[in-house]
Design a protein around this ligand. Structure first.
Ligand code: GLY
Length: 337
């Protein structure tokens, strides 16, 4: 079967991302040749199993974002140790962003680093979370505050797995897909699923290849995430990541207009695109602006607690530090009214 293959170019740590219906058949070829055991990290609700062709054992983690915590990493690592996973072995993370983030982080820290292969089974993981080596967990104080860059040995984006995705999770992935439109990927709406996934993966691979550690362009992949993460944390993850990012991008467009960076038509394009994917364009009413501002000051992009956003403008997206709190509050008030 012909699959699309995108290379993430990172010198000797380069790896392929295999995209297509049935692509999990290519998993065996991505397992490091010397690995003798595969710890398969997944969740009970994920209806996809994998065959690594070596001795394997399944380690289940909790079913939602609350599993993305330090305690899960400890429990995985203890399970790995008890089973006898060694440094030359491999972790295979099968699932969405929670699984690839937590499984990847456990792989990054167990024995100071064992290989990991991601089998991404949600749209969000296929076009974002599983690519580029960001792994980690949340703290009660904020999202993704502890983690490591740990590049996988390979990634499988089997689009057949999206058949079983609940509608809400599919829409959540579309929130991340909308983001790529503002990073210069055109025509996604008109592409078939495999091509659209591959185009997003290629866009992300291009960014990661030039800025693996997010000292520049990679930060732009966080478009909509400053408010998005604050909405997720303040609502105890009752909004999905993609839903929160959709609202976050629309908010960022309104903020950019208030700051004179974009015009009404650009704001309308954001609303149209996000709403067109069936996502909300306004934050939930019950959120308090002061709580959201406090959380946004703790965002990882923030330098010295300043308010930092990725904002659209005449030259496209850029990181903007030191955004005036009054402009942020006024924009929140506008959207919450
Ligand atoms: N999800 C944004 C990044 O991987 O950089």
């Amino acid at each position: 079967m012909a699959f699309r293959e995108v290379q993430v170019d990172l010198g000797e740590r380069s790896y392929p991302v295999v995209v297509g219906r049935g692509a999990r058949a290519r998993l065996v070829g991505l397992i490091p040749p010397d690995a003798r055991k595969a710890a398969v990290v997944t969740q009970e609700r994920i209806p996809w199993s994998v065959d690594t062709a070596i001795e394997q054992k399944t380690f289940l983690i909790g079913g939602d974002e609350t599993a993305k915590e330090m305690a899960t990493v400890e429990s995985l690592c203890r399970g790995f140790a008890e089973w006898g996973l060694h440094r030359g072995d491999v972790v295979v993370a099968v699932g969405g962003g929670v699984v690839t983030d937590v499984g990847g982080f456990a792989a990054a820290v167990y024995h100071r680093g064992v290989a990991v292969v991601h089998v991404a089974t949600t749209l969000l993981a296929q076009i974002d979370a599983a690519i580029g080596g960001k792994t980690g967990v949340n703290l009660p104080e904020g999202k993704n505050l502890v983690g490591a860059f740990w590049q996988p040995a390979g990634v499988v984006c089997d689009t057949e797995t999206l058949d079983t995705l609940p509608d809400r999770e599919r829409r959540s992935g579309l929130g991340e897909m909308a983001k790529y439109r503002f990073l210069g990927v055109e025509g996604l709406e008109d592409m078939g699923l495999d091509d659209a996934v591959a185009a997003c993966v290629q866009a992300k691979a291009d960014v990661v290849g030039i800025d693996e550690r997010e000292s520049g362009r990679r930060a732009l992949l966080n478009y909509g995430h400053t408010l998005g993460h604050a909405l997720e944390t303040s609502g105890s993850y009752e909004l999905t990541h993609g839903e929160a990012v959709g609202v976050g991008m629309v908010f960022a467009a309104h903020l950019a207009r208030r700051l004179g960076r974009v015009d009404d038509a650009r704001v309308a394009l954001h609303e149209q695109l996000v709403a067109g994917y069936g996502l909300a364009v306004r934050p939930p009413r019950q959120r308090r602006p002061e709580d959201l501002v406090a959380l946004m000051r703790r965002d990882k992009k923030s330098v010295n607690g300043d308010l930092t956003f990725i904002l659209d403008g005449p030259g496209g997206l850029e990181v903007v530090d030191g955004v005036d709190q009054r402009a942020v509050e006024a924009t929140l008030a506008e959207l919450l009214s």
